[in-house]
Design a protein around this ligand. Sequence first.
Ligand code: PLP
Length: 457
Amino acid sequence: MLRNDQIDKWDRDHFLHPSTHLAQHARGESPNRIVRTASGVFIEDRDGNRLLDAFAGLYCVNIGYGRQEVAEAIAEQARELAYYHAYAGHGTEASVTLAQMVLERAPKGMSKVYFGLGGSDANETNIKLVWYYNNILGRPEKKKIISRWRGYHGSGLVTGSLTGLELFHKKFDLPLDGILHTTSPYFYRRADPSQDEAAFVAQCVADLEELIDREGADTIAAFIGEPLMGTGGIVPPPKGYWPAIQAVLDRHDILLIADEVVTGFGRLGTMFGSDHYGIRPDIITIAKGLTSAYAPLSGSIVGEKVWKGLEKGTDENGVLGHGWTYSAHPIGAAAGVANLQLLDKLNLVENAGTVGAYLNQSMREALGDHPNVGEIRGDGMLCAVELVADSDTRRFFDASDKIGIQVSAAMLADHKVIARAMPQGDIIGFAPPFCLTRAEADSVVAATAAAVRKVLG
Ligand code: PLP
Protein backbone atom coordinates (compact mmCIF):
# COMPACT_ATOMS: atom_id res chain seq x y z
CA MET A 1 0.00 0.00 0.00
CA LEU A 2 1.17 3.50 -0.74
CA ARG A 3 2.30 5.65 2.15
CA ASN A 4 0.33 8.82 2.87
CA ASP A 5 3.30 11.08 2.10
CA GLN A 6 3.72 9.39 -1.29
CA ILE A 7 0.05 9.83 -2.16
CA ASP A 8 0.19 13.44 -1.03
CA LYS A 9 3.15 14.15 -3.31
CA TRP A 10 1.56 12.46 -6.33
CA ASP A 11 -1.66 14.33 -5.69
CA ARG A 12 0.09 17.71 -5.53
CA ASP A 13 2.33 16.92 -8.51
CA HIS A 14 -0.08 15.31 -10.97
CA PHE A 15 -3.77 15.62 -10.17
CA LEU A 16 -5.59 18.59 -11.68
CA HIS A 17 -8.67 18.75 -9.43
CA PRO A 18 -12.07 20.18 -10.40
CA SER A 19 -13.33 23.25 -8.53
CA THR A 20 -10.06 23.73 -6.67
CA HIS A 21 -7.56 26.58 -6.15
CA LEU A 22 -5.04 24.84 -8.40
CA ALA A 23 -1.98 26.88 -7.50
CA GLN A 24 -2.45 26.62 -3.74
CA HIS A 25 -3.16 22.92 -4.03
CA ALA A 26 -0.03 22.24 -6.09
CA ARG A 27 2.10 24.23 -3.64
CA GLY A 28 0.68 22.34 -0.67
CA GLU A 29 -0.91 25.46 0.81
CA SER A 30 -4.42 24.06 1.03
CA PRO A 31 -5.50 20.82 2.68
CA ASN A 32 -6.23 17.70 0.68
CA ARG A 33 -8.06 14.59 1.79
CA ILE A 34 -7.69 11.08 0.47
CA VAL A 35 -10.96 9.31 1.14
CA ARG A 36 -10.63 5.59 1.79
CA THR A 37 -14.05 4.13 2.58
CA ALA A 38 -17.53 5.06 3.73
CA SER A 39 -20.65 3.63 5.33
CA GLY A 40 -24.08 5.13 6.00
CA VAL A 41 -23.56 8.87 6.44
CA PHE A 42 -19.87 8.60 7.38
CA ILE A 43 -16.75 8.75 5.23
CA GLU A 44 -13.26 7.77 6.41
CA ASP A 45 -9.97 9.12 5.14
CA ARG A 46 -6.48 7.64 5.11
CA ASP A 47 -5.51 9.58 8.22
CA GLY A 48 -8.15 7.72 10.22
CA ASN A 49 -10.69 10.56 10.39
CA ARG A 50 -14.33 9.48 10.41
CA LEU A 51 -16.49 12.35 9.19
CA LEU A 52 -20.26 12.78 9.11
CA ASP A 53 -20.96 13.79 5.52
CA ALA A 54 -23.87 16.20 5.77
CA PHE A 55 -23.60 16.98 2.05
CA ALA A 56 -23.80 13.38 0.72
CA GLY A 57 -20.70 13.93 -1.44
CA LEU A 58 -22.08 16.57 -3.79
CA TYR A 59 -25.72 16.03 -2.82
CA CYS A 60 -25.67 12.72 -4.60
CA VAL A 61 -25.17 9.71 -2.31
CA ASN A 62 -28.84 9.75 -1.43
CA ILE A 63 -29.18 6.13 -0.23
CA GLY A 64 -26.05 6.49 1.94
CA TYR A 65 -22.60 4.97 1.50
CA GLY A 66 -21.63 1.32 1.42
CA ARG A 67 -24.87 -0.24 0.21
CA GLN A 68 -23.90 -3.80 -0.69
CA GLU A 69 -27.04 -4.34 -2.81
CA VAL A 70 -25.86 -1.70 -5.28
CA ALA A 71 -22.25 -2.86 -5.15
CA GLU A 72 -23.42 -6.41 -5.93
CA ALA A 73 -25.60 -5.24 -8.83
CA ILE A 74 -22.62 -3.38 -10.31
CA ALA A 75 -20.32 -6.39 -9.85
CA GLU A 76 -22.85 -8.75 -11.35
CA GLN A 77 -23.36 -6.48 -14.36
CA ALA A 78 -19.59 -6.13 -14.85
CA ARG A 79 -19.17 -9.91 -14.81
CA GLU A 80 -22.08 -10.52 -17.16
CA LEU A 81 -21.63 -7.62 -19.59
CA ALA A 82 -19.46 -4.64 -18.67
CA TYR A 83 -20.28 -2.68 -21.79
CA TYR A 84 -22.37 -2.51 -24.85
CA HIS A 85 -23.50 0.65 -26.62
CA ALA A 86 -27.06 1.87 -27.01
CA TYR A 87 -26.81 3.14 -30.62
CA ALA A 88 -29.17 1.89 -33.33
CA GLY A 89 -31.66 0.37 -30.95
CA HIS A 90 -29.25 -1.60 -28.77
CA GLY A 91 -29.81 -1.92 -25.05
CA THR A 92 -29.34 -4.14 -22.04
CA GLU A 93 -31.85 -5.53 -19.60
CA ALA A 94 -30.59 -2.99 -17.06
CA SER A 95 -30.94 0.06 -19.32
CA VAL A 96 -34.41 -0.89 -20.57
CA THR A 97 -35.60 -1.72 -17.04
CA LEU A 98 -34.24 1.56 -15.72
CA ALA A 99 -36.02 3.54 -18.46
CA GLN A 100 -39.25 1.85 -17.44
CA MET A 101 -38.63 2.56 -13.72
CA VAL A 102 -37.80 6.23 -14.37
CA LEU A 103 -40.99 6.76 -16.39
CA GLU A 104 -43.09 5.01 -13.71
CA ARG A 105 -41.82 7.56 -11.20
CA ALA A 106 -41.76 10.65 -13.43
CA PRO A 107 -44.41 13.39 -13.37
CA LYS A 108 -47.36 13.04 -15.74
CA GLY A 109 -46.88 13.72 -19.44
CA MET A 110 -43.35 12.32 -19.77
CA SER A 111 -42.63 9.95 -22.63
CA LYS A 112 -39.01 8.72 -22.98
CA VAL A 113 -35.65 8.92 -21.25
CA TYR A 114 -32.24 9.42 -22.89
CA PHE A 115 -29.32 8.37 -20.68
CA GLY A 116 -26.06 10.29 -20.39
CA LEU A 117 -23.30 10.36 -17.78
CA GLY A 118 -23.61 13.47 -15.64
CA GLY A 119 -25.84 16.47 -15.11
CA SER A 120 -23.82 18.76 -17.39
CA ASP A 121 -23.99 16.48 -20.42
CA ALA A 122 -27.70 15.83 -19.80
CA ASN A 123 -28.36 19.56 -19.98
CA GLU A 124 -26.25 19.82 -23.15
CA THR A 125 -28.49 17.09 -24.59
CA ASN A 126 -31.59 19.01 -23.51
CA ILE A 127 -30.54 22.19 -25.27
CA LYS A 128 -29.71 20.27 -28.46
CA LEU A 129 -33.09 18.52 -28.36
CA VAL A 130 -34.85 21.86 -27.91
CA TRP A 131 -33.00 23.37 -30.89
CA TYR A 132 -33.73 20.28 -33.01
CA TYR A 133 -37.40 20.43 -32.00
CA ASN A 134 -37.76 24.05 -33.10
CA ASN A 135 -36.00 23.35 -36.40
CA ILE A 136 -38.42 20.52 -37.03
CA LEU A 137 -41.34 22.82 -36.24
CA GLY A 138 -39.98 25.24 -38.84
CA ARG A 139 -38.99 28.04 -36.47
CA PRO A 140 -35.20 28.25 -36.70
CA GLU A 141 -35.10 31.67 -35.00
CA LYS A 142 -36.56 30.31 -31.75
CA LYS A 143 -33.32 29.20 -30.08
CA LYS A 144 -32.36 31.37 -27.09
CA ILE A 145 -32.45 29.85 -23.63
CA ILE A 146 -33.37 31.68 -20.43
CA SER A 147 -31.95 30.61 -17.08
CA ARG A 148 -31.82 32.43 -13.74
CA TRP A 149 -29.02 34.27 -11.97
CA ARG A 150 -27.64 31.90 -9.31
CA GLY A 151 -29.03 28.86 -11.12
CA TYR A 152 -26.64 25.92 -11.55
CA HIS A 153 -26.83 23.69 -14.59
CA GLY A 154 -23.30 22.38 -15.03
CA SER A 155 -19.92 23.60 -16.20
CA GLY A 156 -19.73 22.72 -19.90
CA LEU A 157 -19.82 25.36 -22.64
CA VAL A 158 -23.58 25.74 -22.89
CA THR A 159 -24.32 24.50 -19.37
CA GLY A 160 -21.63 26.69 -17.81
CA SER A 161 -23.31 29.57 -19.66
CA LEU A 162 -26.69 28.57 -18.25
CA THR A 163 -25.19 28.52 -14.76
CA GLY A 164 -25.77 31.97 -13.30
CA LEU A 165 -22.78 32.14 -10.95
CA GLU A 166 -19.88 34.44 -11.73
CA LEU A 167 -17.17 31.93 -10.78
CA PHE A 168 -18.24 29.65 -13.62
CA HIS A 169 -18.07 32.43 -16.26
CA LYS A 170 -15.03 34.44 -15.23
CA LYS A 171 -12.05 34.00 -17.60
CA PHE A 172 -13.86 31.29 -19.56
CA ASP A 173 -15.47 33.68 -22.06
CA LEU A 174 -18.90 32.61 -20.87
CA PRO A 175 -21.83 32.98 -21.14
CA LEU A 176 -22.10 32.16 -24.83
CA ASP A 177 -24.40 34.22 -27.04
CA GLY A 178 -28.02 33.18 -26.94
CA ILE A 179 -28.06 32.36 -23.22
CA LEU A 180 -30.02 34.92 -21.19
CA HIS A 181 -30.35 35.27 -17.42
CA THR A 182 -33.36 36.52 -15.53
CA THR A 183 -34.05 37.44 -11.90
CA SER A 184 -33.16 34.88 -9.27
CA PRO A 185 -36.16 33.77 -7.17
CA TYR A 186 -34.17 34.54 -4.04
CA PHE A 187 -36.67 36.18 -1.74
CA TYR A 188 -34.21 36.91 1.06
CA ARG A 189 -31.95 38.85 -1.33
CA ARG A 190 -34.74 40.71 -3.18
CA ALA A 191 -33.64 44.13 -4.40
CA ASP A 192 -36.58 45.83 -2.70
CA PRO A 193 -36.84 44.60 0.90
CA SER A 194 -40.27 46.19 1.30
CA GLN A 195 -41.76 43.57 -1.06
CA ASP A 196 -43.66 40.67 0.46
CA GLU A 197 -43.51 37.22 -1.16
CA ALA A 198 -46.42 37.87 -3.50
CA ALA A 199 -45.00 41.21 -4.64
CA PHE A 200 -41.60 39.61 -5.18
CA VAL A 201 -43.11 36.82 -7.30
CA ALA A 202 -44.92 39.51 -9.34
CA GLN A 203 -41.51 41.20 -9.78
CA CYS A 204 -39.89 37.96 -11.02
CA VAL A 205 -42.76 37.54 -13.49
CA ALA A 206 -42.54 41.16 -14.67
CA ASP A 207 -38.76 40.85 -15.14
CA LEU A 208 -39.23 37.69 -17.18
CA GLU A 209 -41.97 39.29 -19.29
CA GLU A 210 -39.75 42.28 -19.92
CA LEU A 211 -36.84 40.07 -21.03
CA ILE A 212 -39.11 38.09 -23.37
CA ASP A 213 -40.55 41.31 -24.84
CA ARG A 214 -37.11 42.79 -25.33
CA GLU A 215 -35.70 39.71 -27.08
CA GLY A 216 -38.91 38.67 -28.84
CA ALA A 217 -40.78 35.49 -27.87
CA ASP A 218 -40.17 34.10 -31.35
CA THR A 219 -36.41 33.98 -30.55
CA ILE A 220 -36.72 32.16 -27.22
CA ALA A 221 -36.87 28.37 -27.15
CA ALA A 222 -36.77 27.37 -23.49
CA PHE A 223 -36.51 28.37 -19.85
CA ILE A 224 -34.42 26.19 -17.52
CA GLY A 225 -34.62 26.16 -13.74
CA GLU A 226 -34.04 23.98 -10.73
CA PRO A 227 -37.31 23.47 -8.81
CA LEU A 228 -35.34 24.55 -5.73
CA MET A 229 -32.09 26.37 -6.47
CA GLY A 230 -29.21 24.30 -5.12
CA THR A 231 -25.65 25.46 -5.68
CA GLY A 232 -26.80 29.08 -5.86
CA GLY A 233 -27.53 28.90 -2.12
CA ILE A 234 -30.21 26.25 -1.42
CA VAL A 235 -33.09 28.60 -2.12
CA PRO A 236 -36.67 27.24 -2.15
CA PRO A 237 -38.95 29.09 -4.57
CA PRO A 238 -41.20 31.76 -3.08
CA LYS A 239 -44.84 30.72 -2.77
CA GLY A 240 -46.65 30.73 -6.10
CA TYR A 241 -43.46 31.29 -8.13
CA TRP A 242 -43.62 28.25 -10.40
CA PRO A 243 -47.28 28.44 -11.47
CA ALA A 244 -46.79 32.14 -12.24
CA ILE A 245 -43.62 31.52 -14.30
CA GLN A 246 -45.23 28.56 -16.05
CA ALA A 247 -48.17 30.74 -17.15
CA VAL A 248 -45.77 33.23 -18.81
CA LEU A 249 -43.90 30.45 -20.60
CA ASP A 250 -47.12 28.81 -21.81
CA ARG A 251 -48.37 32.14 -23.15
CA HIS A 252 -45.19 32.60 -25.22
CA ASP A 253 -44.83 28.98 -26.30
CA ILE A 254 -41.51 28.60 -24.46
CA LEU A 255 -40.52 25.11 -23.29
CA LEU A 256 -39.75 24.49 -19.63
CA ILE A 257 -36.77 22.36 -18.63
CA ALA A 258 -36.87 21.35 -14.96
CA ASP A 259 -33.31 20.64 -13.86
CA GLU A 260 -33.92 17.98 -11.21
CA VAL A 261 -30.32 16.83 -10.89
CA VAL A 262 -30.50 17.59 -7.15
CA THR A 263 -34.24 17.33 -6.50
CA GLY A 264 -35.00 14.22 -8.60
CA PHE A 265 -35.65 10.91 -6.82
CA GLY A 266 -36.63 12.13 -3.42
CA ARG A 267 -34.53 14.92 -1.98
CA LEU A 268 -37.56 17.09 -1.25
CA GLY A 269 -39.45 14.19 0.34
CA THR A 270 -41.34 13.64 -2.93
CA MET A 271 -40.09 11.69 -5.94
CA PHE A 272 -39.72 14.81 -8.13
CA GLY A 273 -39.48 18.52 -7.36
CA SER A 274 -41.79 19.22 -10.29
CA ASP A 275 -44.62 17.42 -8.53
CA HIS A 276 -43.63 19.03 -5.23
CA TYR A 277 -44.01 22.59 -6.56
CA GLY A 278 -46.68 22.05 -9.24
CA ILE A 279 -44.37 22.40 -12.27
CA ARG A 280 -45.38 20.89 -15.63
CA PRO A 281 -42.04 20.51 -17.41
CA ASP A 282 -41.42 19.59 -21.05
CA ILE A 283 -38.04 18.05 -20.24
CA ILE A 284 -36.55 16.95 -16.91
CA THR A 285 -32.82 16.62 -16.18
CA ILE A 286 -31.85 13.80 -13.83
CA ALA A 287 -28.46 12.63 -12.56
CA LYS A 288 -27.13 12.34 -9.01
CA GLY A 289 -30.07 10.58 -7.28
CA LEU A 290 -30.63 8.29 -10.27
CA THR A 291 -27.78 6.06 -9.10
CA SER A 292 -27.00 7.78 -5.78
CA ALA A 293 -23.61 8.30 -7.51
CA TYR A 294 -22.64 4.61 -7.22
CA ALA A 295 -21.85 4.92 -10.95
CA PRO A 296 -22.03 7.90 -13.32
CA LEU A 297 -25.39 8.13 -15.07
CA SER A 298 -27.73 10.96 -16.00
CA GLY A 299 -30.85 11.32 -18.06
CA SER A 300 -33.08 13.64 -20.03
CA ILE A 301 -36.74 12.75 -19.55
CA VAL A 302 -38.58 14.00 -22.59
CA GLY A 303 -42.27 14.92 -22.45
CA GLU A 304 -44.91 13.96 -25.02
CA LYS A 305 -44.76 17.29 -26.85
CA VAL A 306 -41.02 17.22 -27.48
CA TRP A 307 -41.14 13.50 -28.24
CA LYS A 308 -43.64 14.17 -31.07
CA GLY A 309 -41.11 16.62 -32.56
CA LEU A 310 -38.30 14.06 -32.33
CA GLU A 311 -40.50 11.42 -33.92
CA LYS A 312 -41.40 13.73 -36.81
CA GLY A 313 -37.78 14.89 -37.10
CA THR A 314 -36.33 11.42 -37.54
CA ASP A 315 -39.09 10.45 -39.97
CA GLU A 316 -38.09 13.43 -42.07
CA ASN A 317 -34.31 13.41 -41.57
CA GLY A 318 -33.29 9.94 -40.53
CA VAL A 319 -31.18 8.92 -37.56
CA LEU A 320 -30.87 11.38 -34.65
CA GLY A 321 -27.27 12.62 -34.81
CA HIS A 322 -26.72 12.64 -31.07
CA GLY A 323 -25.23 10.09 -28.69
CA TRP A 324 -22.29 9.27 -26.44
CA THR A 325 -20.23 6.08 -26.39
CA TYR A 326 -21.28 5.63 -22.79
CA SER A 327 -25.00 6.55 -23.15
CA ALA A 328 -26.96 4.13 -20.96
CA HIS A 329 -23.78 2.42 -19.80
CA PRO A 330 -24.84 -0.99 -18.40
CA ILE A 331 -22.94 -0.55 -15.14
CA GLY A 332 -24.60 2.81 -14.50
CA ALA A 333 -27.96 1.36 -15.44
CA ALA A 334 -27.53 -1.63 -13.11
CA ALA A 335 -26.60 0.76 -10.31
CA GLY A 336 -29.69 2.84 -11.12
CA VAL A 337 -32.05 -0.13 -10.94
CA ALA A 338 -30.63 -1.32 -7.61
CA ASN A 339 -30.63 2.23 -6.24
CA LEU A 340 -34.28 2.90 -7.07
CA GLN A 341 -35.28 -0.48 -5.65
CA LEU A 342 -33.48 0.32 -2.40
CA LEU A 343 -35.01 3.78 -2.22
CA ASP A 344 -38.47 2.14 -2.24
CA LYS A 345 -37.61 -0.81 -0.01
CA LEU A 346 -36.18 1.37 2.78
CA ASN A 347 -38.78 4.18 2.44
CA LEU A 348 -35.93 6.61 1.99
CA VAL A 349 -37.95 9.29 0.20
CA GLU A 350 -40.30 9.45 3.14
CA ASN A 351 -37.34 9.61 5.52
CA ALA A 352 -35.87 12.50 3.50
CA GLY A 353 -39.12 14.38 4.11
CA THR A 354 -39.53 13.67 7.82
CA VAL A 355 -35.91 13.80 9.01
CA GLY A 356 -35.26 16.71 6.63
CA ALA A 357 -38.09 18.66 8.27
CA TYR A 358 -36.62 17.79 11.68
CA LEU A 359 -33.17 18.99 10.59
CA ASN A 360 -34.58 22.29 9.33
CA GLN A 361 -36.67 22.82 12.47
CA SER A 362 -33.78 21.97 14.81
CA MET A 363 -31.46 24.30 12.91
CA ARG A 364 -33.98 27.14 13.34
CA GLU A 365 -34.31 26.44 17.04
CA ALA A 366 -30.54 26.35 17.54
CA LEU A 367 -29.52 29.34 15.45
CA GLY A 368 -32.62 31.32 14.46
CA ASP A 369 -31.92 34.08 16.99
CA HIS A 370 -28.23 34.50 16.31
CA PRO A 371 -27.52 38.09 15.21
CA ASN A 372 -25.36 36.92 12.29
CA VAL A 373 -27.86 34.42 10.94
CA GLY A 374 -29.84 36.15 8.22
CA GLU A 375 -31.97 33.24 7.15
CA ILE A 376 -32.36 29.51 7.72
CA ARG A 377 -34.18 27.93 4.80
CA GLY A 378 -34.71 24.60 3.16
CA ASP A 379 -37.16 21.93 2.11
CA GLY A 380 -36.96 18.16 2.43
CA MET A 381 -33.40 16.98 3.05
CA LEU A 382 -31.92 20.35 2.09
CA CYS A 383 -31.08 23.15 4.48
CA ALA A 384 -29.04 26.35 4.38
CA VAL A 385 -27.84 28.84 6.96
CA GLU A 386 -27.07 32.25 5.47
CA LEU A 387 -24.63 34.29 7.53
CA VAL A 388 -24.63 38.09 7.42
CA ALA A 389 -22.72 40.92 9.07
CA ASP A 390 -26.03 42.44 10.20
CA SER A 391 -29.31 40.56 10.12
CA ASP A 392 -31.42 43.77 10.23
CA THR A 393 -29.91 45.19 7.05
CA ARG A 394 -28.90 41.83 5.42
CA ARG A 395 -25.40 43.34 5.05
CA PHE A 396 -22.82 40.93 3.59
CA PHE A 397 -19.57 40.16 5.35
CA ASP A 398 -16.49 41.30 3.50
CA ALA A 399 -15.87 38.49 1.00
CA SER A 400 -12.18 38.41 1.93
CA ASP A 401 -13.14 37.34 5.48
CA LYS A 402 -14.40 34.03 4.03
CA ILE A 403 -16.82 33.60 6.94
CA GLY A 404 -18.69 30.70 5.35
CA ILE A 405 -15.46 28.82 4.74
CA GLN A 406 -14.29 29.53 8.30
CA VAL A 407 -17.52 28.11 9.74
CA SER A 408 -17.44 24.96 7.63
CA ALA A 409 -13.73 24.50 8.46
CA ALA A 410 -14.51 24.78 12.20
CA MET A 411 -17.30 22.20 11.84
CA LEU A 412 -14.85 19.83 10.23
CA ALA A 413 -11.91 20.41 12.57
CA ASP A 414 -13.80 20.49 15.86
CA HIS A 415 -16.80 18.23 15.20
CA LYS A 416 -15.89 16.05 12.20
CA VAL A 417 -18.99 17.18 10.30
CA ILE A 418 -18.85 18.03 6.59
CA ALA A 419 -21.09 20.89 5.46
CA ARG A 420 -20.57 22.86 2.27
CA ALA A 421 -19.63 26.52 2.17
CA MET A 422 -21.69 27.34 -0.93
CA PRO A 423 -19.73 29.02 -3.74
CA GLN A 424 -21.39 32.47 -3.70
CA GLY A 425 -22.09 34.20 -0.37
CA ASP A 426 -21.55 33.07 3.21
CA ILE A 427 -24.02 30.22 3.07
CA ILE A 428 -23.56 26.88 4.84
CA GLY A 429 -25.35 24.14 2.92
CA PHE A 430 -26.65 20.77 4.13
CA ALA A 431 -27.84 17.92 1.91
CA PRO A 432 -27.29 14.71 3.87
CA PRO A 433 -28.03 11.19 2.67
CA PHE A 434 -31.71 10.31 3.06
CA CYS A 435 -30.91 7.66 5.69
CA LEU A 436 -29.84 10.35 8.18
CA THR A 437 -31.25 9.60 11.64
CA ARG A 438 -32.61 12.18 14.07
CA ALA A 439 -29.59 11.61 16.33
CA GLU A 440 -27.26 12.30 13.39
CA ALA A 441 -29.29 15.40 12.53
CA ASP A 442 -28.79 16.53 16.15
CA SER A 443 -25.00 16.16 15.72
CA VAL A 444 -25.08 18.24 12.53
CA VAL A 445 -27.07 21.01 14.22
CA ALA A 446 -24.87 21.01 17.34
CA ALA A 447 -21.73 21.22 15.19
CA THR A 448 -23.15 24.09 13.16
CA ALA A 449 -24.26 26.07 16.21
CA ALA A 450 -20.90 25.59 17.93
CA ALA A 451 -18.93 26.56 14.81
CA VAL A 452 -21.02 29.67 14.16
CA ARG A 453 -20.48 30.76 17.78
CA LYS A 454 -16.75 30.03 17.61
CA VAL A 455 -16.27 32.10 14.45
CA LEU A 456 -18.82 34.87 15.12
CA GLY A 457 -19.35 34.83 18.88
N1 PLP B 1 -27.71 20.63 -12.64
C1 PLP B 1 -27.78 20.79 -11.32
C2 PLP B 1 -29.04 21.32 -10.71
C3 PLP B 1 -26.69 20.47 -10.51
O1 PLP B 1 -26.74 20.67 -9.18
C4 PLP B 1 -25.52 19.95 -11.13
C5 PLP B 1 -24.35 19.61 -10.30
O2 PLP B 1 -24.28 19.86 -9.13
C6 PLP B 1 -25.51 19.82 -12.51
C7 PLP B 1 -26.62 20.15 -13.24
C8 PLP B 1 -24.29 19.32 -13.20
O3 PLP B 1 -24.10 17.99 -12.94
P1 PLP B 1 -22.65 17.32 -13.14
O4 PLP B 1 -21.75 17.92 -12.12
O5 PLP B 1 -22.94 15.86 -12.92
O6 PLP B 1 -22.23 17.60 -14.53
